[in-house]
Design a protein around this ligand. Structure first.
Ligand code: ADP
Ligand code: MG
Length: 318
C-alpha cells in the first residue's frame, strides 16, 4: 500500500473526533472521503498533512513513517476550500513558492511554474494578483501550486464547494484529468455524494469520527453495509419491518406487478418521480424515465418491486 493509515485517533478536549480510522490508498489512486459536516473529514486530512498532533496512529507514505514529520518536510500538498493563496503575490509567485525551499533557481522555477499554469489553463495570467481572478481560476492556481513540487500525496479539502454549480462540474473533470495525467495519489474530501461518485476510485464513508464503509462507489450504492451507508448514499425505500430496501429505480411499472395507487407525481426534468401506495398500506417512491405517459394522482398502476435484504448485504459487503 502506497499510503497506509493505521488507527488514526484525534481528540479535542477529551472528545474523540476521529476514532481508530485505518485505511490504505494505492499509488495513483483517487480516494474520496465522504460524510456529513462535522464527521471528521478535515481532521483526517490535516493529520495526513501534518498539521495536528495525533493522539494515536501511524501514517506511512511510500514506505516511510511520516507520523511525526513536520508538514513542510512531508512530500504532501494540501489544497483548501478557501484556496489559501498569498494575496499580495502574483499568480506565478504563488505557484512557485514551494520551489524556493527545494533549492531551485528563480529562472528555472519560473519556467516550471509557467508550464504548470499552462496545464491548469491559466497561460497568460502569470502576472495578475489572485484578487484579479475568478474563484475557479484561483482554485486552479492553488492546484498548480500544490502540484509544482511533485508531492507524493495531494490532499484536496472540499476544493469545489465555494464555486457555483456549472464551474464545479467543469473544474471537477479538470481535477480528475490532471490527477490521471500526473498519476498522483490523491485524497479528495467532500460532503457531496454525487461529487464523490463522479471522481472517486474508492470512497471512504465516515460518520461521527468513525469509518463506516470503505469501498468502490458501486459497492457503496449496491451493497451498503450499515443503515447509515444506506441512508447517506442515494435515495432509498426502506422497509423497517423486514429490514430490506430498494432503490427508486428498483421499482418499475409492469403489467405483471402488484397493484398500487399513485399518491403523488412530480416532474423532475430528466425523469418523473412517483409516490405509490401498496395494498398493505406502505408508500414506495419510484422514478420513471418514461415521460411520454404521466400517471395521475389516484390512478391504479401495477409495479414490480425488487427488494434487497440489508442483512444479506451487510455480509456481502464485508
Ligand atoms: N481545533 C478544534 N478544536 C476543537 N474541536 C474541533 C477542532 N477542529 C475540529 N473540531 C471538531 O471536530 C469534529 C470534526 O471536525 P472536522 O474534521 O472539521 O469535520 P468535517 O471536515 O467532516 O466537517 C467537529 O465536531 C469539530 O467541531
Ligand atoms: Mg471539513
Amino acid at each position: 500500500m502506497f499510503l497506509e493509515v493505521k488507527n488514526l485517533t484525534k481528540k479535542y478536549n477529551k472528545k474523540t473526533v476521529v476514532s481508530d480510522v485505518s485505511f490504505g490508498v494505492e499509488e495513483g489512486e483517487l480516494l474520496t472521503i465522504l460524510g456529513p459536516s462535522g464527521c471528521g473529514k478535515t481532521t483526517v486530512l490535516r493529520a495526513l498533512g501534518g498539521f495536528l498532533k495525533l493522539d494515536k496512529g501511524k501514517i506511512t507514505l511510500d514506505g516511510v513513517d511520516i507520523t511525526t514529520i513536520p508538514p513542510e518536510e512531508r512530500p504532501v500538498s494540501t489544497v483548501f476550500q478557501s484556496y489559501g493563496l498569498f494575496p499580495h503575490m502574483r499568480v506565478l509567485d504563488n505557484v512557485i513558492y514551494g520551489l524556493k525551499f527545494a533549492g531551485i533557481k528563480r529562472k528555472d522555477a519560473e519556467k516550471i511554474g509557467i508550464e504548470m499554469l499552462e496545464k491548469v489553463h491559466l497561460k497568460g495570467e502569470e502576472k495578475k494578483l489572485p484578487s484579479q481572478l475568478s474563484g475557479g481560476q484561483q482554485q486552479r492556481v492553488a492546484l498548480a501550486r500544490g502540484l509544482v513540487t511533485h508531492p507524493k500525496l495531494l490532499l484536496l479539502d472540499e476544493p469545489l464547494s465555494n464555486l457555483d454549480a456549472k464551474l464545479r462540474l467543469e473544474l471537477r473533470s479538470e481535477i480528475k484529468a490532471i490527477q490521471r495525467e500526473f498519476n498522483i495519489t490523491t485524497i479528495f474530501v467532500t460532503h457531496d455524494q454525487e461529487e464523490a461518485f463522479s471522481v472517486a476510485d474508492k470512497i471512504m464513508l465516515m460518520n461521527e469520527g468513525e469509518l463506516v464503509q470503505f469501498d468502490m462507489p458501486r459497492n457503496l450504492y449496491e451493497k451498503p453495509v450499515t443503515k447509515f451507508s444506506l441512508d447517506f448514499i442515494g435515495s432509498v425505500n426502506y422497509d423497517e419491518e423486514n429490514n430490506r430496501f430498494c432503490r427508486l429505480e428498483d421499482v418499475y411499472f409492469h403489467k405483471d406487478g402488484e397493484e398500487m395507487e399513485v399518491l403523488d407525481s412530480s416532474f423532475k426534468g430528466q425523469l418523473m418521480e412517483y409516490v405509490l401506495l401498496t395494498s398493505d398500506g406502505t408508500t414506495i417512491r419510484t422514478v420513471s424515465l418514461d415521460k411520454s405517459h404521466e400517471y395521475g394522482t389516484g390512478e391504479k398502476v401495477r409495479a414490480v418491486v425488487k427488494w434487497f435484504a440489508l442483512d444479506e448485504m451487510m455480509l456481502g459487503g464485508q
